[in-house]
Design a protein around this ligand. Structure first.
Ligand code: NAD
Ligand code: ZN
Length: 352
C-alpha cells in the first residue's frame, strides 16, 4: 500500500559553511517528471559531507544545503515519466544524483565525468533528510533481501573503492596497499580487496584501526603515526620486498599522496581517491620513469559499477563495521571525523 507522504520532515541543514549543521523541519519536495522521491531510512556519513560542511574544496556547494549521499530507503513517489521504478522498491541516493545521459562521457558510461552531473548533498539536497529526490535513471537499485542500514555505506564508500580497485588493474594474488584503511572508504576497500583475493597492506594509525583492518582481511599493517620510514615499511611488507602492485589512496592528508610513488612496485599503479583540501600529488620523475609506474585518479563509479558493488554486498562478501546514531546527532559524527577518530563508518537513522 502506498505510504502517506508528509508535507514536513526532519533534516540536517548546512546554512553557512564552516558552521555546525542545523537540525530542523523543512518542507518535503515533490519529484519532477524524471525523478523519484525516496523515504530515506539510513544514510552513511562520508568524509565528503564534512568537506561540504567545511567548504574546503574548490567547488561551491548549494546553500542552504542538505548533505548526505549514502541514503538507503524506499521509493514513495515517482514522476510521470518514470516507468521502471515501483513505489515500495528499495533505492539508494548516491553521490551522482543525475547526469545528462547524452554527452560524450555519459554515452561511454563515464557518467561521473558529465559536466552537468548533479551531486547529492553538494549541488542538490541529499540524504540527511527523511525524503530525498534523485533522477530515476541514477538511483541505486537495492534488492529487497538487503538490509538498508548495512548497505547505506556501500552507496558511496563501497562503490568508490570497488571502482578504484578495478581502475588499479590489480589481479588476484597480487598485493594492494590501502592508505587510510581504517576509515570509511578504507574499511570497505579491505573487504572488497579480500573478496578479490588480494594480499592487503593496511596503512593508518592506532591499535583500534590495526585490529579492525586485520579482522577485515588485511595481512599487514603499517602505522603512519609511529613508523620511522613508511616507504621502507610498506616495501618490507611485500614478500619479495619490491612493493605493492597497486596503491589505493583514501587518506585525508596530503603526505601519503607524495609517498605512494616511492613504494609502489615497478609497473605498479597508484590510484588517488581521497580528496584532501588543497593537496598536490608528487612523484620523483626519475624513479617514476624507470619504474614505469602509473598514477591516476578515480571518482565514484558509474551505474554498472554501482550495481556490481551492491551485488558483492548482497552475496554477503562485504561486512564493514558501522555504528548507528540518530540523524539529530550528525554534528557529533562530524566532530569525531574531523579528529580522525572514526574506525569504519557512522550511519544515521533518519527516524530519530
Ligand atoms: P575517513 O575520515 O573515514 O577516513 C580517512 C582515513 O585516513 C582515517 O582513518 C585517517 O586516520 C586516515 N589517514 C589520515 N592521514 C593518513 C596518513 N598520513 N596515512 C594513512 N592514513 C591516513 O574518510 P572517508 O569517508 O573514508 O573519505 C576519505 C576521502 O575520500 C575523503 O577525502 C573523501 O572526500 C574522499 N572521497 C573520494 C571519493 C571519490 O570518488 N574519489 C568518494 C568518496 C570519498
Ligand atoms: Zn562519499
Amino acid at each position: 500500500m502506498a505510504q502517506e507522504i508528509p508535507t514536513e520532515q526532519w533534516a540536517q541543514v548546512v546554512e553557512e559553511t564552516g558552521k555546525p549543521v542545523v537540525y530542523k523541519k523543512i518542507p518535503v519536495q515533490k519529484p519532477g517528471p524524471d525523478e523519484v522521491l525516496v523515504n530515506v531510512k539510513y544514510s552513511g556519513v562520508c568524509h565528503t559531507d564534512l568537506h561540504a560542511v567545511n567548504g574546503d574544496w574548490p567547488l561551491a556547494t548549494k546553500l542552504p544545503l542538505v548533505g548526505g549521499h549514502e541514503g538507503a530507503g524506499v521509493v514513495v513517489a515517482r514522476g510521470s515519466l518514470v516507468e521502471d521504478v515501483e513505489i515500495g522498491d528499495y533505492a539508494g541516493i548516491k553521490w551522482i544524483n543525475g547526469t545528462c545521459l547524452n554527452c560524450t562521457f555519459c554515452q561511454q558510461s563515464d557518467e561521473p565525468l558529465c559536466a552537468k552531473a548533479l551531486l547529492s548533498g553538494y549541488t542538490v539536497d541529499g540524504s540527511f533528510q527523511q525524503y530525498a529526490i534523485a533522477k530515476a535513471a541514477h538511483i541505486a537499485r537495492i534488492p529487497k533481501d538487503c538490509d538498508l542500514e548495512a548497505i547505506s555505506p556501500i552507496l558511496c564508500a563501497g562503490i568508490t573503492v570497488y571502482k578504484g580497485l578495478k581502475e588499479s588493474g590489480v589481479r588476484p594474488g597480487q598485493t594492494v596497499a590501502i592508505v587510510g584503511a581504517g576509515g570509511g572508504l578504507g574499511s570497505m576497500a579491505c573487504q572488497y580487496a579480500k573478496a578479490m583475493g588480494l594480499d592487503i597492506i593496511a596503512i593508518d594509525a592506532g591499535d583500534e584501526k590495526k585490529a579492525m583492518t586485520a579482522k577485515l582481511g588485511a595481512q599487514h599493517f603499517v602505522d603512519f603515526s609511529t613508523s620511522k620510514n613508511v616507504v621502507s615499511d610498506v616495501k618490507a611488507a611485500t614478500s619479495d620486498g619490491l612493493g605493492p602492485h597497486a596503491v589505493i589512496l583514501v587518506a585525508v592528508n596530503e603526505k601519503p599522496f607524495q609517498q605512494a610513488a616511492e613504494y609502489v612496485r615497478p609497473r605498479g599503479t597508484v590510484v588517488a581517491i581521497g580528496l584532501p583540501a588543497g593537496a598536490y600529488l608528487r612523484a620523483p620523475v626519475f624513479e617514476s620513469v624507470i619504474k614505469m609506474i602509473t598514477i591516476k585518479g578515480s571518482y565514484v563509479g558509474n551505474r554498472s559499477d554501482s550495481a556490481e558493488a551492491i551485488e558483492f554486498f548482497r552475496r554477503g562478501l562485504i561486512k564493514a563495521p558501522f555504528k548507528t546514531v540518530g540523524l539529530s546527532e550528525l554534528q557529533s559524527v562530524y566532530d569525531l571525523m574531523q579528529k580522525g577518530a572514526i574506525a569504519g563508518r557512522y550511519v544515521v537513522d533518519t527516524s530519530r
